[in-house]
Write a protein that binds this ligand. Sequence first.
Ligand code: ZN
Length: 153
Amino acid sequence: MDAYRYVDPGPTPPASSAATATVMRRTGRRDTGPELRLRKTLHRRGLRFLVDVAVPGGNRRSRVDVLLRGPRIAVFVDGCFWHSCPEHGLLPKSNREWWRRKLEGVVRRDQDTDAEITAAGWLVVRVSEHEGPETASDRIERLVNERKRGTHS
Ligand SMILES: [Zn+2]
C-alpha cells in the first residue's frame, strides 16, 4: 500500500460545462464503447481472453481490461480524457488546479500499475481510446504471435 502514490485531490467539483459533464459520464463507466469494440474485434480474430480481472501474481487489485493468459499480455483501454492522451487530453477550464492534480494522479497510478504488472512477468499494452479497434487488434495480435514464438524481447 505504501507504493500506492495516488493522491486524492479532494471531492469532485460539479461538472462545470456540458462538455465536461459528458466526458465524465462517458468515461466513468465500465465497459466503455472503445473497450467493447476492441473485445469484439479480438474475439473475431480468434483470440481468447479474460475481461476485467486482476493479474495473477500481481500484488494489487488493479483490474486489467483484457487479459490474454497464454502469452501473458495485459491490455488496458485508456480513455483520452482520463489518461491525458497527448493528442486529445484536455484540462477543464474551471477547477483547473483540482483537475490537474486529479489527472496527474491517474497518470501516476497508471505508471504504478504498469510497473507492478511488468514485475509480475506480464507485458502491459495500453490502447488509447482514439486508436480504433482494428489498429489496436493488429498490434495485440502481433505481440501475441511474437510471444508464442518466444521472440519477445
Ligand atoms: Zn486520444
